[in-house]
Design a protein around this ligand. Structure first.
Ligand code: TYD
Ligand code: MG
Length: 458
């Protein structure tokens, strides 16, 4: 008989302690430590799935060799049928890979994967394991969405060992597990959804995927503090981690990649949630840039870079005389610290004093801008609002502003200009070093070097 031992594990970093404590000494997080029971001897008494955990990288014991001598098997990627989804995955599904799809409850994870398997089923064998909904519920949803379901294999199951057994029999190319939080591994004595269950379950499925070449999708719920249950624990063992999230606009969902062993991260895919399920938005610039015919002061379109493609979004600023002793600075979709910095640069190097003004900034459509290319459009929008001078609606801008008031280039300048031109923009305000030698015909390029140039423009 193996001895069952109780240990206390931090859900955030995985550190182990002999007794419970409020704060993790390793990562400093509060209330993340919970009790788990483990078997003393790793191999005895545990399930086949859990025992298989030793060695993640497939076949071990093949000895040491030169990297260039490792035989490459040409892995054919599988296409989901959704271009947006494929791009986020780095160009389709890699056989034997494990993808974690996270998101808030109700984000549409089950809907997205159900639609995907129904599309995939036309050219690949698929197996959908539902642990949360009954078979009838899934069938009803598929019927309501009018999906082709003839070739989709499905089972209701919550035991990882059973899932591995069924999948080994069915031999699908893609296996969906909805969701990892309700699954349990035999021999792990804690409730489903606990750190140890989720970790062991994901590890067993990863091992299974590597051994059989079946691509596995795991659905994982994001808990209320915004982390995937056992966040680091799950994210490091999977190949890709994608999050489905809804921004300010509840109609749209963005699929964002946080980790990808087979492609670029920070790639986004955009979907619209309709009464017929999720629909791809192939040209997101068009929806984020749904602008009125007449533009008011304080609004400007900008090009941000998301993963491997440009995205056009509208930036709005409102500058208004403050009634408070401490004027408000609020920014939605951009970094508030950056706004404070730009206001200082504007004052110090541009001579424009906004200290007695409330300043509000918003990126339309709930897009989060994480790069510095929004500096120039932000300053232009602020100036436009402050002077009540609208900026022509066919103008686009991008560029970084440095602390000494210089305008710095940003990556992929040419592609940004090309995308703006494609969307019908006629004038681009860009950093001097990003200005192309030959602009697209019909596009006016205004190259700026210093913050003073921006002030002269408005
Ligand atoms: P679901 O995929 O069940 O979410 P998750 O698995 O991430 O928890 O999606 C449920 C939400 O999607 C629900 O709030 C309603 C909405 N929805 C639609 O608006 N239209 C549809 O056609 C479907 C299927 C769902
Ligand atoms: Mg669900």
């Amino acid at each position: 008989m193996s001895k069952v031992k109780t240990v206390y594990v931090c859900a955030s970093c995985g550190a182990r302690y002999p007794r419970w404590q409020g704060q993790c000494r390793e990562c400093g997080e509060w209330n993340t430590i919970s009790e788990i029971r483990v078997n003393d001897e790793p191999s005895a008494g545990r399930s086949a799935a859990a025992r298989a955990m030793s060695g993640f990288a497939g076949a071990s014991g093949s000895g040491v060799s030169n990297l260039n001598n490792v035989k490459l098997e040409k892995a054919q990627r599988l296409y989901t049928g959704y271009g947006e989804f494929d791009r986020v995955l780095g160009g389709g599904i890699v056989p034997g890979s494990v993808v974690l799809l996270g998101g808030n409850p109700g984000a549409g994870k089950s809907t997205l994967l159900l639609q995907t398997v129904c599309k995939l089923a036309s050219h690949a064998a698929v197996l959908y394991i539902t642990g949360e909904e009954s078979l009838q519920q899934v069938a009803l949803r598929a019927q309501r969405l009018m999906l082709p379901t003839e070739r989709v294999r499905i089972a209701a199951e919550t035991s990882i060992d059973e899932i591995c057994r069924i999948a080994a029999e069915e031999k699908p190319a893609v296996l969906i597990v909805d969701s990892i939080q309700v699954m349990h591994v035999q021999g792990v004595e804690s409730a489903p959804g606990s750190v140890s269950q989720v970790r062991e379950g994901a590890a067993a499925l990863t091992q299974f995927a590597k051994k059989t070449g079946i691509a596995v999708f795991l659905i994982g719920h994001v808990t209320k503090d915004g982390t995937l249950a056992g966040p680091k624990i799950l994210e490091h063992c999977v190949d890709c981690s994608v999050i489905l999230e809804s921004g300010n606009d509840p109609r749209f969902r963005t699929l964002r990649c946080h980790k990808n062993r087979f492609g670029a991260v920070n790639e986004i895919g955009v979907f619209a949630m309709t009464d017929h399920g999720l629909c791809e938005v192939k040209n997101p610039s068009a929806i984020f840039l749904n602008r009125q015919e007449t533009v008011a002061p304080g609004s400007l379109a900008m090009v941000v870079w998301e993963g491997t493609r440009p995205l056009l979004v509208e930036l709005q600023a409102l500058v208004d005389l403050s009634q408070l002793g401490n004027p408000r600075r609020l920014s939605l979709g951009t970094d508030p610290n950056r706004l404070a910095m730009l206001l200082s640069v504007l004052h110090r190097h541009g001579g424009c004093q906004l200290a007695d003004q409330d300043v509000f900034v918003n990126v339309v459509g709930g897009v989060k801008v994480e790069e510095t290319a929004s500096d120039v459009p932000l300053i232009l929008a602020l100036l436009s609002s402050y002077h009540s001078k609208p900026i022509d609606r066919t103008t686009i801008a991008f560029g970084e502003v440095g602390l000494t008031g210089e305008i710095r280039p940003v990556p992929s300048g040419q592609e940004r200009i090309a995308e703006a031109f494609k969307q019908g923009f006629k004038r681009a305000i860009v950093p001097f070093d990003n200005a192309p030698k030959k602009a697209p015909a019909g596009m006016e390029i205004i190259a700026v070097k210093r913050i003073g140039d921006l002030i002269d423009l408005v």
